[in-house]
Design a protein around this ligand. Structure first.
Ligand code: SF4
Ligand code: SF4
Length: 59
């Protein structure tokens, strides 16, 4: 199953902002990409904080 949050890897600058605001810590940042783990509560905080519009909803 796809996660609720979709990452556009081309736009993501790996700033770590979304990782910091996620209340349930399901966004994991690797050296060159992000991974969204299970457990997202669909709060949309990561989408709002992203400076480059790299995150969107899968709906
Ligand atoms: S929508 Fe909320 S819970 Fe889901 S990944 Fe983003 S910040 Fe985390
Ligand atoms: S806030 Fe946006 S640019 Fe920063 S790591 Fe998250 S998705 Fe990438």
């Amino acid at each position: 199953m796809d996660s609720y949050i979709i990452v556009d890897e081309k736009k993501c600058g790996l700033c770590g902002g979304c990782v910091a605001v996620c209340p349930v810590k399901v966004i994991i940042m690797y050296k060159d990409h992000l991974k969204i783990n299970d457990g997202c509560i669909k709060c949309d905080k990561c989408i709002k904080v992203c400076p480059s519009g790299a995150l969107s909803k899968n709906e």
